[in-house]
Design a protein around this ligand. Structure first.
Ligand SMILES: [Zn+2]
Length: 417
């Protein structure tokens, strides 16, 4: 399938999409260049899976929320706040906390980063940004050919690079702020090669994934020299803090990925479509915690959908850009999130994954419901909006027998109540 559509906001980006698979999120990411026009970054790439430029959002969090958490997190040795998850062992049969894990693929948007960080601060939430590594590579590094995607010509990518030096500085500042406030940085890899831009993740070998991850970590460590920047701030997110990620378009073969993850000291992944319907606890498989991307029942759709922004969009109107439908779609998405939460909260207490990009797809149909959900639910009793790593730490401190009982509970939210 091939369709082309024009996204018109404050800026215009042309996005060409090929071979859309419903269960495979084809996900473009915002570029780090925020509101910049990124046409040159998008149309040159056949897969064009990218960058609708951000437009200012009116959905800023209410500052008058009376649910602001008064919890003053203690400070860890590195100056970061301590985990917002109560690290206590459950007794056998005791209900686990309800975790909600927000993640944003790409994690490059000058507009969206502060909106979600400000909101999170109000409700004591933490979230995870899955960074596309080339958002740390600016025009100079791009022109110098510092990135070669596995099987692709040097410089090629399906998303835009990071843009100007100022855009890179802004991205670094946002990453630093996020990390310092207890949010987590993971990887969304680099070139975002998906079906239609082969070889894509589904075809990559372990060696290919190793190359992709080597480059991701090199970009984090050496972005200054690769870009030939001299007077810029340090990136204060240690590479050792990146422990997992989400593959572009959820592509990749498990047996090829696992050795590459282990070679890079990673402990979790959140890319694999769940092999069951509904929401269940993560599974530790081959030494990796897999937080499956769930397919759930959606009251608004009166049917099943994979709970990820792009997949909602595809289910709604085959991912056509129809901004006038945004109010309706936002309501469906929010209703689906609420249903997921209610079913989990009153059921197996499996972590609810809210998987978004920072994109403004379909008139910004997806970030506003995620934001509303964050503001409403993160202060509910026994509910913790946490990072992947903090949820893993909580699971791993439980008594093995207690944990096994928790993990083995049947999925919820698979069908209409
Ligand atoms: Zn993506």
């Amino acid at each position: 399938m091939r369709s082309r559509y024009l996204i018109i906001g404050l800026a215009v980006a042309l996005v060409a999409v090929t071979t859309v698979l419903i269960v495979t999120a084809r996900s473009g990411d915002s570029t780090a260049s925020g509101g910049d026009l990124t046409v040159t970054n998008t149309v040159v790439v056949p897969d064009g899976d990218t960058s609708s430029s951000d437009t200012p959002s009116s959905d800023t969090p209410s500052s008058s929320s009376d649910q602001s958490s008064s919890a003053a997190p203690t400070t860890g040795t590195d100056g970061r706040p301590a985990s917002n998850v109560p690290m206590t062992k459950l007794a056998p049969g005791e209900k686990p906390p309800q975790f909600i894990i927000f993640s944003f693929d790409g994690a490059g948007s000058e507009i969206k980063w502060p909106i979600f960080m400000d909101a999170a601060k109000q409700v004591n939430a933490r979230f995870t940004g899955f960074l596309s590594g080339i958002y740390l590579i600016g025009d100079s590094g791009k022109n110098a050919g510092v990135y070669t995607g596995p099987g692709h010509p040097t410089g090629a990518a399906s998303i835009g690079y990071g843009g100007t030096e100022q855009s890179i500085i802004n991205e670094v500042n946002n990453l630093n702020r996020a990390y310092s406030e207890g949010h987590e940085i993971g990887t969304h890899y680099n070139g975002h090669f998906c079906a239609g831009a082969e070889p894509s993740g589904d075809q990559w070998s372990t060696a290919d994934w190793n190359s992709e991850l080597d480059q991701f970590f090199q970009f984090m460590s050496d972005w200054k020299t690769l870009n030939n920047y001299t007077d810029v701030p340090d990136l204060q997110v240690p590479t050792t803090e990146v422990k997992g990620g989400r593959t572009p378009c959820l592509e990749g073969q498990w047996d090829q990925l696992v050795p590459a993850w282990k070679a890079h000291d990673m402990t979790y992944d959140s890319s694999m479509p769940a092999p069951y319907s509904g929401i269940a606890w993560p599974e530790k498989k081959d030494g990796i915690w897999e937080f499956y991307m769930p397919t759930v029942y959606s009251p608004g759709f009166e049917g099943s959908v994979m709970a990820m922004d792009y997949n909602f969009w595809f289910k709604f109107n085959q991912a056509q850009n129809e901004p006038e439908t945004a109010p309706e779609l936002r309501q469906i998405v929010k209703g689906t999130y609420d249903f997921m939460y209610d079913q989990a909260y009153h059921g197996n207490r499996a972590p609810v994954l809210i998987a978004n990009h920072f994109n403004v797809w379909n008139g910004d149909s997806f970030n506003p419901p995620a934001l509303d959900f964050m503001m409403e639910k993160c202060t509910q009793p026994d509910t913790y909006c946490a990072t992947y790593q903090d949820v893993i730490a909580w699971m791993e401190m439980q008594d093995p027998a207690v944990l096994e009982q928790i993990l083995n509970q049947a999925p919820v939210a698979a069908s209409a109540p």
